[in-house]
Design a protein. Structure first.
Length: 251
C-alpha cells in the first residue's frame, strides 16, 4: 500500500457494513491500516465480519446502528468514540412504479439513503468541531443521482439529494477542516446481484456501458482511499464517478 494512502492510526466508521460494498470497504480501509468500526443492524453479520478482519490483523469492532433512527445514530457515534473517517454507505432501494409507490416505501428509502446519511454526517461533524479535530466524510451516492432509470423514483431522488448535500456540507464545514466528498458507483457486481448480470436483461445493460463490462467492488478502492486519506487533503465537495463511462454514454 502506497504511503500516500496510508490510514495507519486512523479510525473509520462504515455504515451499512453488514453486506455488499460495506463489507468490501471494511477490508479495503483495514488493509490501508485503519481501525474499523462496523455499523449496521445485523449483529450476527457484523460479528462474522469483525472476526474475519481480526484474523487478517485489522483492528475492528461493531456497533449497532439503524440509520432511520436519530437516537440509534447518536448512540452508535457515542459507542464508536474517536473517529477520523466516516463512510456513509447504508442504502436501500424499493422497485415499484412511481404511481404505485406507497408513502411508507418512499419514506423508508429517503430516510435511509439521505436523512440517515445527513444525521450520521452531522453527528460526526459536531464531535469533530467540539474536539477541534479534522475529519473526512465519504458519501456513497450513485450514478442514479446523476441520471435516472424507471421504477426507483425515491432511490433516484435520494441519491441526487445526497450529491447536493455533499457539496453543501463541504462548503459549510471546510473552515473546520472537515472534508465531505462523494463517490457515485455505476453498476457494481455483488453477491446479491451477481446472477442478474448473466441474464439477457443484465447483458443488455452491460452493452450500454462504454467499457462493456460490469464493475467490481475493488474498482471503487482508488476513489475510496483517495477521499479517505491525506492523498485527498485538498479535495472537498468532489463527486467522483466510477462507472466504466456509463454516465457519458450516448442517449
Amino acid at each position: 500500500m502506497s504511503k500516500l494512502f496510508d490510514l495507519s492510526g486512523k479510525v473509520a466508521l462504515i455504515t451499512g457494513a453488514s453486506s455488499g460494498l460495506g463489507v468490501h470497504f471494511a477490508h479495503c480501509l483495514g488493509a490501508a491500516g485503519a481501525s474499523i468500526v462496523l455499523a449496521a443492524r445485523r449483529a450476527d453479520r457484523l460479528a462474522s465480519l469483525q472476526a474475519e478482519l481480526t484474523r487478517k490483523g485489522v483492528t475492528a469492532r461493531a456497533v449497532d446502528l439503524d440509520v432511520q433512527s436519530g437516537k440509534s445514530i447518536a448512540a452508535a457515534l457515542d459507542a464508536a468514540g474517536r473517529l477520523d473517517v466516516v463512510i456513509n454507505n447504508a442504502g436501500i432501494s424499493i422497485v415499484k412504479p412511481a404511481l404505485d409507490m406507497p408513502e411508507d416505501d418512499w419514506d423508508a428509502v429517503v430516510n435511509t439513503n439521505l436523512r440517515g446519511a445527513w444525521l450520521v454526517a452531522q453527528g460526526a461533524a459536531r464531535r469533530w468541531v467540539a474536539d477541534k479535530r479534522p475529519g473526512s466524510i465519504v458519501n456513497i451516492a450513485s450514478i442514479l443521482g446523476l441520471r435516472t432509470i424507471g421504477q426507483v423514483a425515491p432511490y433516484n431522488a435520494s441519491k441526487a439529494g445526497l450529491i447536493h448535500l455533499t457539496r453543501a456540507l463541504a462548503m459549510e464545514w471546510a473552515r473546520h477542516d472537515i472534508r465531505v466528498n462523494a463517490i457515485c458507483p455505476g453498476y457494481i457486481e455483488t453477491e446479491m446481484n451477481g446472477p442478474f448480470w448473466k441474464t439477457p436483461g443484465g447483458q443488455r445493460l452491460i452493452d450500454r456501458i462504454p467499457q462493456r463490462r460490469i464493475g467490481r467492488p475493488e474498482h471503487l478502492d482508488g476513489a475510496l482511499l483517495l477521499l479517505a486519506s491525506e492523498a485527498g487533503a485538498f479535495m472537498t465537495g468532489s463527486v467522483i464517478t466510477v462507472d466504466g463511462g456509463h454516465t457519458v454514454s450516448s442517449l
